[in-house]
Design a binder for this molecule. Structure first.
Ligand code: FMN
Length: 315
């Protein structure tokens, strides 16, 4: 949402920001298909049968020092070196490269509200991750600087609060639809039919459809400057602290410390306009160096140094 209405929580460059974002969006050429609907209808229908299951790992007999599990096939391929700022390479290429290569990304579906409480906002952000659990800390990356802040970021800065909802398969179309570039004051909740549920410790509502939502307070904001256009702020990092969790009752275990992926059915972001489903998982044990030395597979590996020495070595 962007504000063009004076006196209604408008931030200074909203109209300009909106125009610039529309221009930028056109330059991204996000839709790879001239006729999206006909391409979509040529594809197999969504499969409800792909119920979540565990499989074995690709190579259950993998052994220490084996390397990859493809028999060395990947080693036969060469790499292409890309200078992010090579002559003639537009910065939007780096955007497309990064969002298609750093995948799958979790999607933070962020609910905020304007300072005067009149304008709720909801939008997805896949530059999102958890980076600490004690305290629960999340990072979210916003395209653009503070002078052209998206409404989510503007509200976050104005109020210091948001709810970070996770997206599941059962409302993915509605979640995607909230990214519409609607004008300020048009509620994405109304447009998409998603349902607000009251939060306990922050003002913005959580998404009732969401299986896992975290009420958050803003900790810190850092802007980044473009290397292509020095002086221009092109990205903003928001650091959030989670202060309250909500988990749907059928998704959480008795100890309230594990969310069932079969119920969560998380959706991730791949490149371009592609989303990913998570329909299979596999488990791998966390290796223990000392046990592996003692039991054989790493018997010839170096002896561990005492913890303090190792730390000093690293300095
Ligand atoms: C799946 C998905 C992920 C997105 N991730 C981001 C992101 O990480 N950062 C960003 O600035 N915009 C991202 N966007 C675009 C915003 O959702 C979009 O600009 C939205 O209109 C912002 O809404 P607001 O101005 O109401 O905050 C994403 C869009 C989609 C569909």
């Amino acid at each position: 949402m962007t504000s063009e209405e004076p006196g209604q929580g408008k931030r200074s460059h909203d109209a300009v920001a909106h125009q610039e974002r529309t221009k930028q969006e056109a330059s991204i050429k996000r839709n790879p298909h001239p006729d999206f609907k006909s391409v979509e209808s040529s594809r197999p229908a969504w499969s409800e049968n792909s119920s979540w299951q565990f499989t074995q790992t690709r190579e259950p007999n993998w052994t220490w020092r084996q390397g990859g599990n493809d028999g060395g096939a990947s080693l036969q391929k060469s790499h292409i070196e890309i200078d992010p700022y090579a002559e003639g390479r537009p910065p939007v290429y780096n955007y497309k490269l990064l969002i298609s290569g750093i995948t799958p990304r979790p999607i933070g579906f962020i609910s905020t509200i304007s300072k005067d409480g009149s304008s709720p906002n909801l939008a997805p952000f896949s530059y999102t991750n958890v980076v600490c659990h004690d305290p629960p800390i999340f990072t979210v990356g916003f395209a653009g600087g503070l002078d052209r802040a998206k409404d989510t970021l503007g509200n976050l800065i104005d109020t210091g609060e948001c709810v970070l909802n996770m997206i599941s398969e059962h409302f993915v179309e509605a979640a995607n639809a909230t990214s519409v570039n609607s004008p300020y004051g048009v509620s994405e909740w109304d447009l998409t039919g998603l349902h607000p549920a009251p939060s306990a410790r922050v003002r913005p509502a959580r998404v009732k459809e969401s299986i896992f939502a975290t009420e958050c307070k803003l900790v810190e904001v850092k802007e980044f400057e473009s290397r292509a256009t020095p002086g221009k702020k092109t990205g903003t990092l928001a650091i959030l602290e989670g202060v309250n969790f909500w988990v749907r009752e059928d998704a959480i275990n008795e100890e309230r410390n594990l969310i069932d992926p079969a119920v969560l059915r998380p959706v991730s972001r791949l490149g371009g306009i592609t989303y990913g489903r998570v329909t299979e998982g596999f488990e791998l044990l966390r290796p223990d160096y000392e046990k592996l030395r003692a039991s054989g597979p790493l018997a010839d590996a170096p002896v561990s140094k005492p913890h303090s020495t190792r730390q000093m070595d690293k300095l």
